[in-house]
Design a protein around this ligand. Structure first.
Ligand code: NAD
Length: 519
């Protein structure tokens, strides 16, 4: 029902429909509290990754539509920023409940457009929901500071204030979680928000917008535009937009960071990754192998925190055959099929790119222990499937090591010692996440202290921090200085105003101008 409210034609049955490009339902824009049909002459097809059938069309918003969206945000800011923090909190309390009530519907839309399994899609919503739940603590999160009696009769206090219109540009791989890292944090602080979802998976964000409206968010507090480069440039350039949150590839993130910063905006860019899992020979073997396989191949490897690179230290090398056996046992299927472990990649181009990176490893002398390139999925022969793939004997010079593969491919390197493993990880330009598997506390402690990566797991393969912390990817995986969500997120979306006041009990009128600095 929600979905049909947002599309001009009702979607019949998920996954098994075949539209021609021009007859597919259209995704609307969300401008000033209304879901409106775009007048654009440029549209992009959205495909079901499991079948490659066209399931919808998304517009590239026109300049006029984008201006209307940002104007709506600007107008709404005047009242929203003055709305009491308790009223804003109430809206997000209702919002988190609506998301919980609709988790299955959101997950279905994610699986249809993005491809991941339904169970994993629910996880996508759930991890975003946790951020929304955290925004409900805004009354504490936004507290300022005070220090009385800085000097005689003088007190200093700070307020955290919203900064204006903020914008978010989202990637395709987490259609719920990542938009939910963005607009709830921005809005609960009193900002209004312009969101550009990924043009490849826009429907989930529209469903989330409808629920936010139902939760009571006033018109104009959230606007949604669709598009690609023109929409991104519009966001980077429009003077009313004060801050941009981007999650995406390095190509997009570095560009947006530079263009937005040049225009005087705050920008936080969460970008690509190459996450290493260091396996010590003293690790719990069963646990470690299962963790590695889950973290490398879950979501078909299309997670920025996927554990895509294993470093087997010393005797752990001998675990390779068992690793391959476990990966082989995963079931590749359309995301809405029962028992599916690994769904399709987002597009045929993504599949071809992943396959060519696998081939580059072979050509450069690595050993292909498990090859998922020719996987056949019955009933889904046109889907973008690649099965779990494991490449060993990889070295740091190889292309498959240097590039983020973003597919169900685990590459395996070997190291003689923990020091060698740490050197390898620290020489890699990315710093999103890493994990060490060990039963030795001193080894874990050495690793966590010496590894130069922003998020470290100890026997935790995907150490994405919960929302009371922040997402702290580092080095080549991040541009900016203030991270997403948690305290850092509040900082990103607020400006501090510091007030210094003096109230003297007795009359202390200055008798002459004070031209020197007080000492
Ligand atoms: P993408 O960079 O292609 O797209 C992200 C957003 O940027 C989209 O809204 C898109 O329209 C826009 N965009 C795309 N190319 C652009 C360009 N050249 N210039 C300006 N804007 C552009 O990313 P994607 O393929 O949707 O997502 C996958 C990438 O996102 C991977 O690299 C992954 O590691 C990264 N990612 C990072 C995190 C993180 O928190 N570090 C989380 C999820 C995904």
């Amino acid at each position: 029902a929600l979905r049909s409210a947002l599309r001009s034609k009702v979607h019949p049955k998920a996954g098994r429909l075949c539209y021609s490009s021009s007859s597919a339902p259209t995704v609307k824009l969300f401008i000033d509290g209304k879901f409106v049909e775009s007048k654009s002459s440029e549209w992009l097809d959205i495909h079901n990754p499991a079948t490659n059938e066209v399931i919808a069309r998304v517009p590239k918003a026109t300049q006029e539509e984008m201006l209307a969206a940002v104007d709506s945000c600007s107008r709404a800011f005047h009242t929203w920023s003055e709305t009491s923090v308790l009223s804003r909190q109430q809206i997000f309390l209702r919002y988190q409940q609506l998301i919980k009530d609709n988790i299955k519907e959101l997950a279905k839309s994610i699986t249809l457009e993005q491809g991941k399994t339904l169970a994993d899609a629910e996880g996508d919503v759930f991890r975003g929901l946790q951020v929304v739940e955290h925004t409900c603590s805004i009354t504490s999160l936004m507290l300022g500071e005070t220090l009385p009696s800085i000097t005689k009769d003088m007190d200093t206090y700070t307020y955290r204030l919203p900064i204006g219109v903020c914008a978010g540009i989202a990637p395709f791989n987490f259609p719920a979680m990542i938009p939910l890292w963005m607009f709830p944090m921005g809005m609960v602080c009193g900002n209004t928000y312009l969101l550009k979802p990924s043009e490849r998976v826009p429907t989930c964000a529209m469903l989330l917008a409808k629920m936010l409206q139902d939760a009571g968010a006033p018109d104009g507090t959230l606007n949604i535009i669709h598009g690609q480069h023109a929409a991104v440039n519009f966001i980077c350039d429009h003077p009313a937009i004060k801050a941009i949150s981007l999650v995406g590839s390095n190509q997009a993130g570095e560009y947006i960071y530079e263009r937005g910063s040049k225009n005087g905006k705050r920008v936080q860019s969460n970008m690509g990754a190459k996450n290493h899992g260091v396996v010590m020979p003293d690790a719990n073997k069963e646990n470690t192998l299962n963790q590695l396989v889950g973290a490398a191949f879950g979501a078909a490897g299309q997670r920025c925190m996927a554990l895509s690179t294993a470093i087997l230290v010393g005797e752990a090398r001998s675990w390779l055959p068992e690793l391959v056996q476990r990966a082989k046992a995963l079931r590749v299927n359309a995301g809405d099929q029962p028992g599916a472990d690994v769904g399709p990649l987002i597009s045929p181009q993504a599949r071809d790119r992943v396959c060519s990176l696998i081939q580059s490893g072979v050509d450069e002398g690595a050993q292909l222990l498990l090859d998922g390139r020719n996987v056949k999925v019955k009933g889904y022969e046109n889907g973008n499937f690649v099965g779990p793939t494991i490449i060993s004997n990889v070295t740091p010079e190889m292309k498959c090591y240097k590039e983020e593969i973003f597919g169900p491919v685990l590459i395996v390197l070997e190291a003689d010692s923990l020091d060698d493993a740490i050197r390898l990880v620290n020489n890699n330009p990315y710093g999103n996440g890493t994990a060490i598997f060990t039963t030795n506390g001193a080894t874990a402690r050495k690793y966590t202290h010496e590894v130069d990566v922003g998020q470290v797991g100890v026997n935790v393969p995907i150490p994405v921090p919960l929302p009371m912390f922040s997402f702290t990817g580092s080095r080549g995986s991040f541009r900016g200085d203030t991270n997403f969500y948690g305290k850092q997120g509040i900082q990103f979306y607020t400006q501090i105003k510091t007030v210094t006041s003096q109230w003297k009990a007795e009359d202390a009128t200055l008798k002459s101008p004070a031209v020197t600095m007080p000492t």
